[in-house]
Design a protein around this ligand. Sequence first.
Ligand SMILES: *Cc1c(COP(=O)(O)O)cnc(C)c1O
Length: 561
Amino acid sequence: MRAALAAATEDALVYDLDGIAARYDALTEELPGVDVRFAMKACPVEEVLARLAGRGAGFDAASPGEIARALATGVPAHRVHYGNTVKSDRDIARAYRLGVRDFATDSVEDVTALAGHAPGARVFCRLATSGEGALWGLSRKFGCSADDAVRGLETARDAGLVPAGLSVHVGSQQMTAEAWRQAFAALAEVLTALHGRGIVPDHVNLGGGLPALGYADRRGERLDPPLDKIFAVLREGMERLASLSPRPLDFVVEPGRHLVADHGAVRAHVSRLTSRRRPDGEREHWLYLSCGKFNGLYEMDEVRYPLVFPSRPNAAGADLVPAVVAGPTCDSDDAYAHEHRRVRVPGAVASGDPVWVLSAGAYAASYMTEGFNGFAPLPRVCVGGDGPDVRVRRVAEDDWPRIAALEAEAYASASLSEGVAALRSRGRASPATCFVLETGDRVVGYALALPYPRLRYPDLTRPEERAHDSRNLHLHDLVIARDLRGRGLGGRLLRHLTAVAGRSSYERISLVAVGGTAGFWAGRGYRPEPGAELHGAYGEGAVYMSRPVRHDRSGGPEEGF
Ligand SMILES: *Cc1c(COP(=O)(O)O)cnc(C)c1O
């Protein structure tokens, strides 16, 4: 992470994928047997989602758009739940079509809508919490009383839905174990009431709220959340609820902030350090950074992030001046809370000096304006994960046996394998749009694309007889070695292909989604084209899909997506 920050010459949002994976592993060790559904809004970054999915996480999604992005990682739909209690009829129907069956609710109105648009779905009801002890209580907008929860799940049962569980959220960056103790007390009460009415939920969702460890509060005091105690209370509470239940009870957590906050940082730069006299006569330093509330540091009014000035590594004592730290926009909220204490910063910083804002990985990518005052969203850089030695290159002649082996591994069980001769014929038809992905000297994936008239596609039972001339590029096949799936490598190949298409004269990319992968492609902007009739060889449920190509001639090989 430090190396990536030091190497950055421009502002960026930097994520350490290995750090995020390690935090995930630590969490699953603390809470054995508990399913983790990452709250996507905390970091909707493709590589992060892919890494967590590869580790075994599922996703807490809040809209059809998030559901599609979750499915694009390759996780099965049963590892994604619709955790937002706020949804329209249309949202519910779209989520259901995408395969999601678990829905949060907190009102009878929503339950009725679920019965209409997601028949047979599993419903879990969110109980209100006080939000006390959290930096961001989420109490008023969400959750219902114990009575309403019982009524809601009874309504669900009577409407043919499955009254599957209960959920809570104790508020984000919850600093006390007591909040979870109270949540368990409320859960126990409602579970008992439900049991008395013949409803026996099979799971309890303990929500998010687990804290980040690296923040300071508004006054600049280091926050030191009692994480060990929180985990102990969680284990104890789960045991107690399980002992109350006449059938096995599973548990789910939906961490957002806890997994990503401390493993993301903003590389910003100094706009200027100024000194001005206020109307009341006091002299005040202001440190304006290139990033603030609207481009990377949305939560800066509630917390302070550690700042590092790598160009002034030894500044101390008299070299430091107390300053109000603020972002670059013309909005006076774009600043750290400073009524209590200023941040001590090197007095010698100059415009353009780099600044590292640490523990800024949560809610940075999502709460980023599109260009308020002309400040562009920060580009994202992910380090770790697939390592620096992954590269994409064109197919060479001696790659074909390996490609055929990868293909057979991927499709043999679905009887879709077409064999080396047919594969090679597709590659020969368009060498500029066929690639392999290599780590070290091992080919671990490939993508074969070739021009094909719109709504037409290769016949799996025979080789290409001729090359087509078309503005439609057909992505015939994309495969990643089984042991390396879930690390974003498929996305890497696809970005490369998309960028190549964007620099050529292609107008659309099409493909046939086979074996239930339509959700993956929908998350990448592909939409079904009803005009295409697929013949049987592509298997049950195959869907012809396409998306337009965006022409961005400035893009490098990894962009254009
Ligand atoms: C935002 C959210 C979370 C994640 O909260 P954190 O405090 O970031 O852990 C979890 N569940 C739901 C339903 C949410 O809306």
